[in-house]
Ligand binder design. Structure first.
Ligand SMILES: [Zn+2]
Length: 145
């Protein structure tokens, strides 16, 4: 028997249309805010780390003058502070992807941690399904990811 549907008919995904538009809009706003926060912390963090490391290469391992000791201290402070900012930024980034904030601890690996997190897929906050990292909508429930 022939199908009652035209050939281009696509059945709705399970759970499609069950998400309240207000909740979906709130989730979209939350994802946007987490994205902004992740950039606001991670970018200054990476920059401070880079500057701090360059400063540390200009001083000897055993600083002899007050000026050198100050440079070493400032370089170490920037490197550590930058790492803290990067980790906080990556915690927001992981939450933005629907993942546990603990993924932000990958920031201890600096740029390598950032790369690992960047290729990691997303998780839908509504149904828990996995979604590709570039997806903006859950393939199962159509919720924003
Ligand atoms: Zn979903």
């Amino acid at each position: 028997m022939a199908s009652p549907f035209p050939h281009d008919y696509v059945p709705p995904a399970p759970g499609a249309g069950t998400i309240d538009p207000a909740r979906a809009a709130a989730a979209r706003q939350r994802i946007r805010n987490l994205n902004l926060l992740s950039f606001a912390f991670a970018i200054p963090g990476i920059a401070a780390q880079a500057v701090g490391r360059v400063m540390l290469t200009t001083v000897s391992e055993d600083p002899q003058t007050l000026d050198e000791a100050g440079k070493a201290l400032a370089g170490a402070g920037l490197t550590l502070g930058g790492a803290a900012f990067l980790i906080i930024g990556l915690c927001f980034y992981a939450r933005m992807k629907g993942r546990s904030w603990a993924f932000g601890l990958l920031g201890f690996l600096s740029c390598i941690g950032l790369l690992i997190l960047a290729v990691l897929g997303k998780k839908c906050g509504f149904c828990g399904s996995d979604a590709p990292r570039s997806a903006t909508e859950c393939g199962r429930c159509r919720g924003p990811v």
